[in-house]
Design a protein around this ligand. Structure first.
Ligand code: ADP
Ligand code: ASP
Ligand code: MG
Length: 459
């Protein structure tokens, strides 16, 4: 029996719960989330995000705000968000002291970033959102009578040193969790940070925007949890983003494969990597609304009772498409190998690919915290330009239809193409996966394409 098993056995159904930014936005939201934990004694580890809006302010500061007045205005907004919660605590002293210190750090780091920004400094700065919110949430739990402690996840969440989108190291995370976290879980409800980690040298890293979902799944894996709960602002996963299609319907149950496609193809409700640890350990994932837990939510599991042809639609914006054209590609070999050698040398990760006789189009993966469209580094562009004609296009969004056995079911593409006959569809990818059909559209057409498809397929 491993250490994990011996610690975890007393809690046969240990749960990790994650609360996103809107679920810890202010005192009221935090209190609602705390009530969920109060009624779930099996929840021992709670990972939370920064209070809503805080990471955006920190990213802005990390990008270097040189105007002192503007910088101070942003710092004041950060202080106000946290002060408003502090002012409603019964015993704010401990959290107040810690928060004052952290906000002082933020001011110093923001000043540094205004002089010279760097990816390491950005991670150090943006990590403060989660470092701050966890002080407040732990205190709110204690004031409800829960034996809660705040834990610094950087003691266990080991990643590589790729700032902005660090890669977690699950076996080290598990070892460190056995040493430092499991003994605490036996005695307390542990409140800790999503999104952030630490490399071997102790530098603070982050897992990419929206990364708290992924943190929670990694921790569920590390401590051998039997359930992962993701508490957010909607009661589960819907047939598409309900902000885009108001008639979107909640999904009660969805398979790991379908939900992974949804996350990968941009459904913001889950960070794209969230389900990787859950699938590795077969941990069922529940998504629910912290505002309305009584409404239930979505269960994501290995096997589910139905496998509809069309399950849902996802949208991912800020796409960069690169088209490489060369007559040398015609009936030749080695051209694509050379293209991918250059891309690999510059550590450029490719997402979608389509080819013709003389050209290949590809989209670039998002690789940092900025959230904007990825760019082709100048050196890579120069090397590719020596080989072929290179065109880079932005202002594109990726629409994905997720379902089951789509590539082997006659007529499934017809519904899509007949509904969208007046749209300019680019880079159509169909058939490689039985679970999806996707294509690019101009950014300004994306939401109406989703609405039209949703209406034709799900309403
Ligand atoms: P959190 O801060 O809790 O992590 P996010 O904003 O990251 O929350 O994710 C929740 C949001 O995801 C919802 O408010 C919704 O607009 C969006 N979303 C995108 N696709 C879907 C979908 N298929 N189902 C439900 N919500 C979705
Ligand atoms: N606070 C981080 C963000 O806003 C991580 C998260 O919320 O998941 O991206
Ligand atoms: Mg999120």
């Amino acid at each position: 029996m491993s250490l994990v098993d011996s610690y975890v056995n007393p809690y046969t159904s240990l749960t990790v719960a994650k609360f996103g930014g809107t679920s810890v936005a202010d005192f009221t939201a935090m209190s609602r989330s705390a009530a969920i934990i109060l009624h779930a004694p099996q929840t021992r580890l709670v990972l939370i995000s920064a209070c809503s809006g805080v990471t955006n302010i920190l990213v802005e500061l990390a990008n270097g705000v040189t105007d002192t007045q503007q910088r101070h205005a942003l710092l004041t907004r950060l202080t106000d968000i946290h002060q408003s919660v502090l002012s409603q605590l019964k015993q704010p002293q401990q959290a107040d002291e810690a928060i004052t210190l952290l906000l002082k750090n933020v001011a110093e780091l923001a000043k540094k970033a205004a002089i010279e920004k760097s990816v390491a400094l950005t991670d150090q700065l943006v990590s403060h959102g989660e470092l701050l919110s966890t002080h407040l949430f732990a205190q709110i739990l204690r004031e409800l009578g829960i034996k809660a402690i705040r834990f610094d996840i950087r003691d266990v969440m080991r990643t590589d040193g790729q700032f902005g989108k660090a890669i977690p190291q699950p076996s080290i995370i598990r070892q460190l969790s056995e040493q430092h976290l499991l003994p605490q879980l036996k005695k307390h409800v542990v409140v800790s940070q999503g999104f952030i980690g630490s490399d071997e040298q102790g530098n603070t890293t982050t897992l990419g925007r929206g990364g708290s979902d992924y943190s929670a799944a990694l921790m569920a894996e590390a401590i051998g949890a039997s359930t992962l709960e993701i508490w957010t602002d909607v009661p589960g996963m819907y047939t598409t983003d309900p902000r885009i299609a108001t008639k979107a319907k909640p999904i009660k149950e969805i398979s790991f494969s379908e939900a992974s496609e949804m996350a990968n193809f941009g459904a913001k409700i889950l960070h794209p990597s969230t389900l990787v640890p859950a699938i590795r350990q077969q941990i069922p994932v529940f998504i629910g609304s912290s505002k309305a837990p009584e409404q239930g939510g979505t269960w994501i599991r290995e096997t589910v009772s139905d496998a509809p042809l069309f399950r849902a639609l996802a949208l991912r914006c800020n796409q960069t498409m690169v088209t490489l054209t060369s007559l040398n590609m015609f009936h030749a070999y080695g051209f694509l190998a050379e293209v991918f050698r250059i891309l690999a040398e510059h550590k450029i990760s490719v997402d979608l690919i389509t080819t013709s006789e003389v050209s290949v189009s590809l989209t670039l993966d998002q690789t940092d915290t900025s959230g904007g469209a990825p760019t082709l580094p100048a050196q890579a562009l120069a090397e590719l330009s020596e080989l072929c004609r290179v065109e880079v296009e932005q202002d594109l969004c990726l629409v994905a239809l997720i379902g089951n056995q789509m590539s082997s079911t006659k007529g499934s593409a017809k519904t899509v193409f007949s509904t969208l006959e007046y749209y300019n569809l680019r880079m159509i990818c169909y058939g490689a996966s039985p679970h999806n059909l996707c294509f690019l559209v101009k950014a300004q057409d994306a939401k109406s394409a989703i609405k039209d498809l949703h209406c034709a397929i799900f309403e």
